[in-house]
Design a protein. Structure first.
Length: 333
């Protein structure tokens, strides 16, 4: 049985279950070695907030034993809900699947590798109770490696300069959002997904708490420089048309310079009976602006490709299996 998410819908809760105070969404990818410890620590952390909570573990097409571990956790405690996607759709799509299914008054999003310590969740919740609809956990920058700091700074700087959203450096997906904010994010069915960017786009004021990001419990990160670069490029096209505006300005500037040079050449011919020399520089300019035109066409092509992807209206993800079968039918449309 397949569940397709093509529209947003909160799964109806049975009278016996009620509405959880807090839901935790955890995308899981090749994390079989982490699941048991993650579940244990989540139980301890969430019990200090409320007995009414749920944890949505979304297996994003892992080929290891992650799904088996999730099933075991769900069998041991019904507050643990497992969802397995039909293939690897990507972290932010797995987050979207979890948010679509989350029923809590508050929704926490965190990573599965325990670099986001579950013990920070009570602090996020306590800060939210002060009247904040969104609270981010901010990683201490000094903890990150030099390479991570450089790529992270470049990512947020480029995103801020080129796109229409401003994301504070050091903020991660580790956050808590109210039901109102989660419903806004759920309503956004853009094909290009970036959870942090979606929260910032929604425009709600947010608060921040600092935390010490832990070492990975096991395995290695899948986010290398090229994946981060690809994510940055995708989000530029998802949230802004500024690159097209920049190209327009550059094109206009080139036209002005070309017109000025034309006036200079004509004036030199009539006043001095000579034509300005410089065929080498002219050839270089032709090559340069030929490349620039090719760049512009490629840029336009990327936007057209994004429009094509949006027009297909395919589901963001496909649910292949769940430990709670009614969840699949609740998002099928």
């Amino acid at each position: 049985m397949l569940g397709l998410s093509s529209r947003s819908a909160t799964p109806p809760a049975s009278p016996a279950e009620g509405v959880p105070e807090i839901s935790v969404v955890v995308p899981v990818y090749y994390a079989a070695a982490c699941v048991d410890e993650l579940v244990r620590r989540l139980h301890l952390a969430l019990a200090s907030i409320s007995a009414h909570y749920e944890v949505l573990l979304v297996d994003d097409g892992s080929a290891d034993d992650s799904w088996a571990r999730i099933q075991e956790a769900a069998q041991a405690d019904k507050r643990m809900v497992g969802v397995r996607l039909s293939r690897n759709f990507g972290q932010h799509y797995a987050i979207s699947a979890g948010i679509d299914l989350a029923r809590g008054n508050w929704v926490v999003v965190m990573d599965c590798d325990l670099q986001d310590p579950p013990e920070v969740i009570p602090a996020l919740y306590a800060k939210a109770q002060e009247g904040h609809r969104v609270v981010f956990a901010r990683q201490q920058v000094s903890q990150a490696s030099f390479g991570d700091r450089i790529t992270s700074r470049a990512f947020y700087l480029s995103l801020g300069l080129i796109s229409k959203i401003k994301v504070e450096q050091g903020l991660t997906n580790f956050s808590i959002a109210s039901r109102q904010v989660s419903d806004v994010v759920r309503s956004m069915r853009d094909r290009l997904r970036f959870y942090g960017g979606m929260l910032f786009w929604a425009g709600f004021p947010y608060a921040v708490i600092d935390y010490a990001r832990a070492e990975r419990f096991s395995g290695t990160s899948n986010y290398n420089f090229w994946r981060r670069l690809r994510l940055a490029v995708k989000n530029v096209f998802a949230y802004s048309t500024v690159p097209l505006e920049y190209c327009t300005y550059v094109g206009l500037g080139v036209m002005v310079l070309a017109a000025a040079y034309g006036v200079y050449a004509v004036a030199g011919y009539f006043l001095h009976s000579s034509i300005p020399s410089g065929w080498t520089s002219l050839a270089l300019l032709v090559v340069f602006f030929g490349g620039f035109l090719a760049f512009q066409l490629g840029l336009i092509g990327l936007y057209v490709g994004q429009i094509m992807e949006e027009s297909r209206r395919r589901p963001l993800y496909v649910i292949a299996e769940s430990t709670v079968p009614h969840l699949i039918t609740s998002v099928a449309a």
